[in-house]
Design a protein around this ligand. Structure first.
Ligand SMILES: [Zn+2]
Length: 393
């Protein structure tokens, strides 16, 4: 069973069962042709997509191997990509060397399609079917996306009015701890992942705080760098917020969560953060069986989806800039060769790199009303739902 599952996961979805068949039936021939044409349309050769010019527009200023500035142009690759040579370490490289696009034949347009799907809450399983990729490839690309965004939230800092509240998401059913009688643990237990969500009027920050009820220490450690001293904190009367309020000298406006539950959304002072909780759950449900060890990766991605700029193409543009300006590699074998627990993101940017990151990420920041975000997400969900229903008929 395990073996079968493994074969299935690694199986490329770009092939039909009749590749070698000489005498296909008319129906098999139709399906074969339709499937292959669809795949070819979506995966044109590199030279036809204009991406060689795009790659060449990124001009490296230092050698990706030794950081030397003495580099010179050194001919082109087979696809017309500019090659460079380092005069110090003598290595040759191109603008994609040591980026997420190195050593893999992902065309940028394929990657762009993939990213747009993920930004629209499409699960990686659905995406792999859609793009005819093996599930493992889609999962690997997702990890590359996580890598690009691993420091995305580190530069987020709120001031003035800040909302803060926790939401909980269950561990995978196989990891649920039960009592000796086989019952689930009651209340907030180690079976619940605690996700702290803070926001201002236009931006969202999501941090995995641990399992079960949050503590004052965890909450303080999670949010101390993201809320400016003297801000106003709008929250419920959660005990875990006390240290944060005290240490950052916050002006605390705390509501009784039992009482405000009875209010309409319009009158609920925590409505903004509640709505983000709901959207986050929809996002996580789209990846329902995801690896919980990568929860912070999913949260970084969710925050990226929620925050400005609003347009998904502008988001992809930011990701591409990040890929070329903050080179990071993740080789396929490395990814599948190590336990994923070992891939815990390390946000180890230097101050200057972080400034570049902030510049790339926040240069287009403009406030978006959450109402607009909610409408867009509902609209996209409806389209996905209708498409799935239509296809299954
Ligand atoms: Zn070098």
């Amino acid at each position: 069973m395990v073996k079968l599952k493994k074969v299935f996961l690694h199986k490329s979805r770009r092939k039909t069962p009749w590749e070698e068949e000489e005498n296909r039936t008319p129906m098999q021939e139709f399906l074969y042709q339709h499937y292959s044409t669809h795949y070819d349309d979506r995966h044109p050769p590199l030279s036809e997509t204009g991406e060689t010019q795009l790659i060449n527009s990124y001009i490296p200023t230092v050698c990706p191997y030794c950081a030397s500035k003495t580099i010179k142009m050194n001919g082109h690759t087979r696809n017309g990509v500019q090659r460079y040579k380092c005069l110090d370490c003598k290595q040759t490289f191109t603008p994609v060397t040591r980026t997420i696009f190195e050593g893999h034949k992902i065309s940028l347009s394929e990657w762009m399609d993939y990213t747009l799907n993920i930004l629209k809450y499409v699960s990686i399983n659905a995406d792999s079917w859609n793009n005819r990729n093996a599930f493992t490839t889609s999962r690997y690309w997702l990890e590359k996306l996580f890598l690009l965004l691993e420091c995305y939230q580190s530069s987020l800092k709120f001031s003035n009015q800040v909302w803060l509240d926790e939401t909980f998401y269950s561990v995978r059913s196989g990891d649920i701890t039960r009592t000796e009688e086989g019952n689930k643990l009651r209340g907030l237990s180690s079976n619940q992942m605690c996700i702290g969500v803070a926001c201002d009027k236009s931006r969202t920050l999501c941090i995995f705080e641990g399992y079960g009820k949050p503590s004052q220490k965890k909450t303080y450690e999670s949010f101390k760098e993201h809320i400016a001293v003297g801000s106003t904190l709008i929250h419920d009367k959660e005990n875990a917020h006390k240290k944060l309020v005290r240490e950052l000298q916050l002006n605390s406006i705390a509501y009784d969560s039992h009482k405000i539950k009875l209010l309409s959304d319009k009158d609920n002072p925590l409505n903004r953060v509640n709505r983000i909780h709901n959207l986050l759950k929809s996002f996580l449900y789209a990846h329902t069986s995801f690896n919980r060890d990568r929860i912070q990766g999913y949260l970084n991605l969710f925050a990226f989806v929620m925050n400005p700029p609003e347009n998904h193409l502008e988001k992809v543009e930011i990701l591409l800039d990040l890929a070329f300006q903050n080179p990071k590699t993740l080789r396929y074998r490395e990814f599948y060769g190590v336990k994923q627990k070992q891939l815990t993101p390390l946000c180890s940017f230097s101050k200057s790199q972080n400034t570049t990151l902030s510049r790339v990420l926040w240069r287009k920041t403009k406030a978006i009303d959450t109402t607009v975000q909610v409408r867009i997400i509902i609209f996209i969900s409806l389209i996905i739902f209708v498409t799935i229903r239509f296809k299954s008929q």
